[in-house]
Design a protein around this ligand. Structure first.
Ligand SMILES: [Zn+2]
Length: 132
């Protein structure tokens, strides 16, 4: 590995960002779980403020499907955030898992749980696209 480890101060900063992101993601998950629970209890008779507000986005069923979709996305994000936090504790955070080079700071700013550099990420996406 040629990449330099991030300094402890930098790692701390990224840890804060990730923990905040994890908090927000967890809140979204809790909210959706709460809405889903309420929805299934009250059945179709429920015209809550929420579904009325979202009425123009489609029927209740669409809404429910959309929520499940968001929920799955957020659960996946939590997993990514957790593994990024693990990399912070192991001090391998900010180092590409494939080629071992440093992930640019401006990339980590946009995607704090990125584990690949841009080059490897693009190669990975191309591989996935080909598989489809
Ligand atoms: Zn790489």
């Amino acid at each position: 590995m040629t990449a330099k480890q991030l300094t402890a101060t930098r790692l701390e900063k990224y840890k804060d960002v990730l923990l905040k992101e994890k908090d927000e993601t967890q809140n979204i998950i809790n909210d959706i779980n709460e809405i889903q629970k309420r929805g299934s209890k009250d059945g179709n008779g429920d015209l809550s403020a929420y579904s009325q507000h979202q009425a123009d986005l489609g029927s209740d069923t669409d809404e429910s499907e959309r929520r499940v979709y968001i929920l799955e996305k957020e659960l996946e994000n939590i997993k990514k955030i957790n593994s990024a936090l693990k990399r912070i504790y192991e001090k391998t955070y900010g180092i590409c898992e494939i080629c071992g080079s440093s992930i640019p700071a401006n990339r980590l700013k946009i995607i704090p749980y990125a584990k690949l550099c841009i080059k490897c990420r693009e190669a990975d996406e191309q591989r996935k696209r080909r598989r489809k």
